[in-house]
Design a protein around this ligand. Structure first.
Ligand code: ZN
Length: 152
């Protein structure tokens, strides 16, 4: 079986680093400049096929945004989540899952109303939030998730 890898861009020198998923929890460093690689950030797109791999191999908590293109409130919180992801590339990974295209995962987490955010740490659901929050409350929620994951 071929080793699964992911590509992470260094924050210091912008070099793309290919990192085996199995090594993510060893605090991988940039091959070019030696800086610690940011293991969060995003948003990335996840699917039924890679959902389990992403949430269980991520060394930082993963906030999954269950959304759909037709959902107005989803479009409102999308840019806020993107901003939070950009501010905290070492602390949290934001992942978006389109519920129409990925019904298996949506059914598994009983997503009936979107937007729905579920935070995962080491593959376990840590917290969830249904409905759009104002930006300040969303930041507070994400910070709480990060702190709970650190304490776990
Ligand atoms: Zn670098």
């Amino acid at each position: 079986m071929q080793e699964q890898t992911t590509t992470i861009e260094c924050e210091s020198c912008n070099k793309s680093n290919r990192v085996p998923l199995a090594r993510l929890k060893d605090k991988p460093k940039c091959g070019e400049c030696g800086a610690l690689l940011p293991l969060g950030g995003g948003p990335i797109t996840i699917t039924d096929d890679n959902f389990d791999t992403v949430v269980s191999t991520s060394p930082v908590p993963v906030v999954v945004d269950f959304w759909a293109p037709w959902c107005g409130p989803c479009r409102m919180i999308g840019p806020v989540l993107e901003q939070i992801a950009g501010e905290k590339p070492f602390d949290v990974l934001v992942a978006k899952l389109n519920v129409d295209e990925n019904p298996r995962t949506a059914a598994r987490f009983q997503v009936r109303s979107i937007p729905m955010l579920v935070a995962f740490h080491d593959g376990e659901a840590l917290d969830s939030q249904v409905g759009a929050l104002p930006p300040a409350s969303m930041r507070t929620w994400v910070d709480r998730v990060i702190n709970r994951a650190r304490a776990a």
